[in-house]
Write a protein that binds this ligand. Structure first.
Ligand code: HEC
Ligand SMILES: [Cu+2]
Length: 390
């Protein structure tokens, strides 16, 4: 419009519908405001003090007029309500298909994690024409994930996952803002979303595949930090190691013969709790089960699971969630099932006692928890990643 950037770019499947609704609301507001303002001015002039007009017999009621100005606005506002609700449901219903990306907000940067293991700071690469499902969480205060060009804005809360989704329609680079005041450098909590054509996205992924070596771009001035870290393992693989380090496997065995329930297929299923409630095992349920196990006790199991709140980072929690998701939905065979007596490498040569499944899990949890619970447990396991990642 005259070269003035009145509206941000429109680059997602939802942005067009949001704009249409917005435009209709503006037009409706004008439709009422303009005649009212016009009449105010007209009457003010016409009936001004001293003007020679007929002031007798002013009508004090008009039934038809009153019904009209009640019914028409009622229909219009209910229409707008219905339309807005439709759009709201579209925006807030995460589509079944699409790719998952995890978003960590912290003072004052954004971190993006791909299930395939890539990790980026402040820049999110996505392909055009695919649903992207975001799982967002904050490591400190409330932030808000705001991409004007996609017309999405979602609170990023500490202690709870929120979800958002979008499908980009146009390649390009778009602004990402934090839209919730979150401390002194809030205004510098900027990033960008880079939408690539499918083949460019594939090339980008290939370039950052496993073990291609560390950071490919970095700029560390505050607020503009960007980096991509090529993975040495997928998030689920890293999660499997965390599961091992923290001793979860002692109680949660795939055959269900441990002290706790088997976690194979639990994700996405309803869970019967001891208090008769049935809850859905979504990402928040898994997270809460680890942080505050006694809040929701699974039926027929004793409340013996220790809390991991003190020894686990949001980063590790996401990996565990991704690992538990990878254990399938009950019918599929788990792809990355660990064998408790074999294979998994132990960090820092901690004693090889994995075979003794009956061993005191509390001790296991705390000895290994210190290494496994640190922010860089994924990196700690392999020197290549550790050096490449810096
Ligand atoms: C001392 C044994 C023990 C350890 C160690 C343990 N858990 Fe548990 N876990 C349990 C028991 C028992 C339950 C069921 C009772 C409850 O809900 O607290 C449970 C429940 C769960 C649930 C909910 C499962 C469902 O079917 O709804 C999840 C998820 C979970 N644990 C994950 C973990 C993770 C991840 C770890 C490691 C960080 C871990 N647990 C460590 C014993 C344990
Ligand atoms: Cu913020």
């Amino acid at each position: 419009m005259l070269g003035l950037p009145i509206m941000p770019d429109s680059a997602s499947t939802l942005s067009g519908s949001v704009d249409t609704l917005f435009l209709v609301l503006v037009l409706l507001a004008l439709l009422f405001a303009v005649p009212v303002a016009g009449l105010i001015i007209y009457f003010a002039v016409k009936y001004r003090r001293g003007a020679a007009v007929n002031r007798s017999n002013a009508p004090i009621e008009n039934f038809k007029l009153e019904v009209t100005w009640m019914v028409i606005p009622l229909i219009l506002s209910m229409g707008v309500f219905g339309w807005g609700a439709r759009l709201y449901f579209d925006m807030f219903t995460t589509p079944k298909d699409g790719m998952d990306i995890y978003v960590l907000g912290r003072q004052w940067m954004w971190e993006f994690k791909y299930p395939t293991g890539q990790r980026e700071l402040n820049v999110l690469h996505v392909p055009v024409g695919r649903n992207v499902r975001l799982t967002l969480i904050s490591e400190d205060v409330i932030h808000s994930f705001y991409v004007p060009a996609f017309r999405i804005k979602h609170d990023v809360l500490p202690g709870r996952y929120t979800t958002a989704w979008f499908q980009a329609t146009k390649p390009g680079t778009y602004h990402l803002f934090c839209a919730e005041y979150c401390g002194t450098e809030h205004s510098g909590m900027l990033g960008s979303v880079i939408v690539l054509e499918q083949k460019d996205y594939q090339a980008w992924l290939d370039q950052n595949r496993m073990n291609t070596g560390g950071v490919i771009a970095e700029n560390t001035s505050p607020g503009t930090q960007t980096a991509v870290t090529a993975p040495t393992q997928t998030m689920a693989q890293a999660g499997a190691q965390t599961f091992q380090h923290l001793g979860c496997y002692v109680c949660h065995r795939p055959d269900g013969k441990g002290a706790g329930p088997s976690l194979v297929g639990v994700y996405g299923k309803p869970v019967q709790l001891a208090n008769q409630q049935v809850v859905l095992a979504d990402t928040n349920y898994i997270r809460d089960s680890i942080i505050d196990p006694n809040a929701q006790i699974v039926a027929d199991y004793p409340p013996i699971m220790p809390t991991y709140a003190e020894q686990i980072s949001e980063d590790d929690l996401l990996k565990l969630v991704e690992y538990i998701k990878s254990l399938g939905s009950g019918t599929e065979a788990p792809p990355e099932m660990i064998n408790p007596t074999g294979g998994m490498p132990q960090p820092g040569g901690s004693s090889g006692n994995q075979g003794s499944g009956a061993q005191d899990s509390g001790a296991q949890g705390s000895t290994n928890g210190d290494s496994g619970g640190s922010d860089s447990s994924g990196n700690g396991n392999s020197g290549t990643q550790g050096s490449g990642g810096q």
